[in-house]
Design a protein. Sequence first.
Length: 180
Amino acid sequence: MSDSHDHDGPHEGPIKTPKQLVIAVIFSFVVPIVAIVLLVMYVASDPRPAAGSDGLGAEAVARRIQPVGTIEIKDAGDASALKSGEQVFAAQCTACHAAGVAGAPKVGDEAAWGPRIKTGLDALLTSALKGKGAMGPQGGGDFSDFEIARAIVYMTNKSGGKLEEPKAPAGAASAASAPN
């Protein structure tokens, strides 16, 4: 039997000189680094949107930064926008003052309104604007002080009072002459 391989001799590898060893070591580090750099460049070079996501789109950004509230400025000087005492009463005051809910004096009840009317419009207006007893400020409404005063005059005059219509604020003089 003849052996073509001699096991008794020294083992020889593909690297036979120190120059070949240095080249092999350098390539064993350089080739993987170059491969990683090329892979990163390939992945990062083409801007592709993520699957199913439009989070950075112009419309999505606009939805995220839209205002959450608004400010509405009312022009108190606009006579056409002012409500009459009867309109304010119908919109806000009637809920309690028509039925006498929670101790509110009923409109038309002269005995209940008499002592209140004697205190005058200013005292009644202060109570209405700040709230009194179970009634919140403005009875929970959103009217101007002038409109609340007109509603008080309307209610008291329907309940035996003889209060004068309040003077209109500057720029709304025609509102005072509007029918109640």
